[in-house]
Design a protein around this ligand. Structure first.
Ligand code: GDP
Ligand code: MN
Length: 391
């Protein structure tokens, strides 16, 4: 799960990670009031969407009077902001964050991510702040400093020194400030079960202080149950409604743009199934993992969600029974055909635990649209043909 910039900054502030002062606004009127409350003579109006690249897309603007804050808020609120991270359809802006203008002397980058190969969180820092870190990583990878932190020992002095020496920060007072900033950020990451934190840019101000000018945070969904305060920050309007619905039934669903709906158990089998469909000349319409707790209701729900997509021309059910038993899935398919109008061919390959029972259930039910397959390749080929109307 991701949160908005202003919410990430609220968390930063709680841990003493310095951020500019700011107030969230839903209307131009609230924006003007926010600017008055903040005081000063320069403000930044920032679109709050779950995507970066807002600056280039016109979602971050400087204002030199409270009236201008109102004008910019009117312009940005309600706009569909297109950035390199939103996709071409863009994202509707429903909130703006009004911040006191910062005196930018230098722009850095600081992030914390999980390095799966090292099995440790890694702090990434760069002097090349303010631009896409992907580009920096591609063009000048030597300008990204990576410091892995063993969670058993936590953030230590030597980690901090590696960072400041790597960034070329030589002034003692500034080294201390930066190390304190990074160690607090590491604490934010660990204590909130974050998956990633990105501050781009982290700025050095004219007075030599470090400030998080931007803030992005993503969390491990499996750990959200122990962070109700973060769960409350969820913005449903930023999420795919079908993916949300699937989540409520314990299904992992990701919409894609092909024409063969897939219902699979296990992420690995899902990948294999999608690859095989591609290999046979078709394209998957989604990724749906029914997981190990699949029952008739969740399978029916899965069908319902897959069939909402008008591009779906066939559904390929590819289940390997282990914890989930094939007869349950077969019954689920029968239930589903009663509960939802399954108007496309359904190719079914059930193997593993109770596969024979499942085959009997499906054969006896004799449903017009259901085609059985012997293995993955056979199923994928039948699905591709069915989607082309060749079944
Ligand atoms: P992003 O484009 O979505 O990553 O949004 P950012 O929060 O990084 O803002 C984009 C850019 O706006 C930054 O890289 C800064 O150059 C600029 N910006 C943001 N806040 C301020 C500010 O307080 N003062 C000035 N001068 N520029 C700012
Ligand atoms: Mn940024």
């Amino acid at each position: 799960m991701n949160i908005h910039e202003y919410q990430a900054k609220q968390i930063f502030a709680k841990y003493g990670v310095p951020t500019p002062r700011g107030i969230i606004a839903n209307t131009p009127k609230e924006a003007v009031k926010a600017a008055q409350e903040l005081g000063g003579s320069i403000w930044v109006v920032k679109a709050q969407i779950h995507a970066g690249g807002r600056g280039l897309g016109g979602g971050v603007k400087l204002a030199r009077s409270t009236a201008e804050v109102g004008e910019l808020a009117r312009e940005i609120l309600g706009m569909t902001l297109v950035t390199h991270q939103t996709g071409p359809e863009g994202k509707l802006v429903q909130k703006v964050y009004i911040e006191e203008g910062a005196d930018i002397k230098d722009e850095l980058y600081l992030g914390v991510v999980l390095d799966r190969a090292k099995e440790m969180p890694v702090i990434m820092a760069s002097t090349e702040g303010g631009m896409a870190i992907e580009d920096v990583a591609h063009n000048t990878p030597e300008k990204i400093i990576k410091v892995a932190i063993d969670p058993a020992i936590g953030f230590q002095g030597f980690h901090g020194r590696e960072l400041v020496f790597g960034l070329g920060i030589t002034d003692k007072a500034q080294q201390a400030k930066f190390i304190s900033f990074a160690s607090k950020l590491y604490k934010v990451y660990m204590e909130n079960d974050a998956e990633m934190i990105e501050i781009n840019p982290l700025i050095k101000t004219g007075s030599g202080d470090f400030l998080a000018l931007d803030g992005k945070m993503g969390f491990d969904d499996s750990a959200l149950y122990r962070h109700s305060d973060i769960e409350e920050m969820r913005d449903i309007s930023e999420e795919d409604p079908d993916e949300r619905e699937a989540d409520r039934y314990g299904l992992s669903y990701i919409a894609l743009d092909g024409e063969i709906g897939c219902m699979v158990n296990g992420a690995g089998l899902a990948m294999g199934t999608m690859d095989t469909i591609n290999y046979m000349g078709g394209t998957p319409a989604n990724f749906l993992d029914v997981g190990g707790k699949a029952n008739a209701e969740t399978v029916a729900k899965g069908f319902e969600i897959i069939l909402k997509n008008p591009n779906v021309k066939a559904i390929f059910v590819n289940i390997f029974g282990g914890i989930v038993r094939c007869d349950r899935i077969a019954n689920g398919i029968l239930e589903a055909t009663k509960m939802v109008d399954v108007h496309v061919p359904v190719i079914v390959r059930l193997d593993g635990t109770n596969a024979e029972e499942a085959a009997v259930i499906l054969a006896n039910a004799n449903i017009a649209n259901v085609i059985s397959a012997t293995d993955l390749a056979d199923g994928a080929l039948k699905a591709v043909k069915a989607a082309r109307g060749e079944a």
